[in-house]
Design a protein around this ligand. Structure first.
Ligand code: HXC
Length: 257
């Protein structure tokens, strides 16, 4: 399928989605959202795909929501249409999604990266929530996901001043899982995604669900949820195979069941 704002490829069991609006530094507009939903949807129904990498260009992962699209809107417009609520669907992807961030990840761009399961950053990456400089605040999760990722002090600093932080600061503060040289970014992200895709699909999906639940519930509930998922994996053929392969000193052959 041909997209206007995305370039979509498959690399073996990994789906790669590149945001592609170079004239606007990949600013996120309604077309990007509609196309991302389609691309995610296609990868989710494709049994051959085990993980997704979402990336932008060398200069920008995404420089935010499209300011030119938002500028004329008034309160009634955004309230009636529940403007940007559609991005929640992207955040609810079931298969693991890795954000591979090079250059600017600002505003909605930073928020989109945070909707992914983890972020691998190029050493050129710059993260920020500059909405305050436009007379608004983050609206796609920046005040919530950023605070959970980096804590109150750093989140307040970024959200209130609108300043950018570089890749090293983002790694120190826990926003990104690793920083790699810019020319190795896609290779590293694809390798991480391929590793995930090679593992037993039920355990991967449940691992994602369990970690995600940690941010939404109490420790007691989270531990109970984790244990029940853990128990349920003993009903899979892949648990038998994974453990037998370890004991027999061979590679497991997972059937994703
Ligand atoms: C629309 C954008 C854009 C954006 C850049 N462009 N960011 N268009 N929306 N968010 C466009 C510019 O207008 C310009 O188009 C072209 O992309 C290149 O950008 P430049 O500014 O010329 O590039 P540079 O000087 O290198 O500066 C890069 C930058 C700057 C620092 C990233 O572009 C910038 O500050 N962008 C806005 C960042 C921002 O405020 N993001 C938050 C948006 S609000 P022309 O046609 O002039 O060449 C948001 C809210 C989300 O995200 C939550 C609720 C919706």
């Amino acid at each position: 399928m041909a997209y206007e704002t995305l370039i979509v490829e498959t690399h073996g069991p990994v789906g790669l989605i590149r945001l592609n609006r170079p004239q606007a530094l990949n600013a996120l507009n309604s077309t990007v959202l509609a196309e991302l939903k389609l691309a995610y949807g296609a990868f989710h129904v494709d049994e051959a795909i085990g993980a997704i990498v979402l990336t932008g260009s060398e200069k920008a992962f995404a420089a935010g929501a499209d300011i030119k699209e938002m500028q004329p809107l008034d309160f009634a417009d955004v309230y009636k249409s529940d403007f940007i609520s559609g991005w929640d669907e992207i955040a609810k992807a079931r298969k693991p999604v890795i954000a591979a961030v090079s250059g600017f990840a600002l505003g909605g761009g930073c928020e989109l990266a945070m909707m992914c399961d983890f972020i691998i950053a190029a050493d050129t990456a710059k993260f920020g929530q500059p909405e305050i400089t436009l007379g608004i605040i983050p609206g796609m999760g920046g005040s919530q996901r950023l605070t959970r990722a980096v804590g109150k002090a750093k989140a307040m600093d970024l959200v209130l001043t609108g300043r950018m932080m570089d890749a090293a600061e983002a790694e120190r503060s826990g926003l990104v899982s690793r920083v790699v040289p810019a020319d190795k970014l896609i290779e590293e992200a694809l390798a991480a995604a391929a590793k995930i895709a090679s593992l037993s699909r039920p355990s991967v999906l449940m691992a994602k669900e369990a970690v995600s639940r940690a941010l939404e519930t109490s420790l007691e509930e989270g531990l109970r949820f984790e244990r029940r998922l853990f128990h349920s994996l003993f009903a899979t053929e892949d648990q038998k195979e994974g453990m037998a392969a370890f004991i027999e000193k061979r590679k497991p052959v997972f059937k994703n069941r």
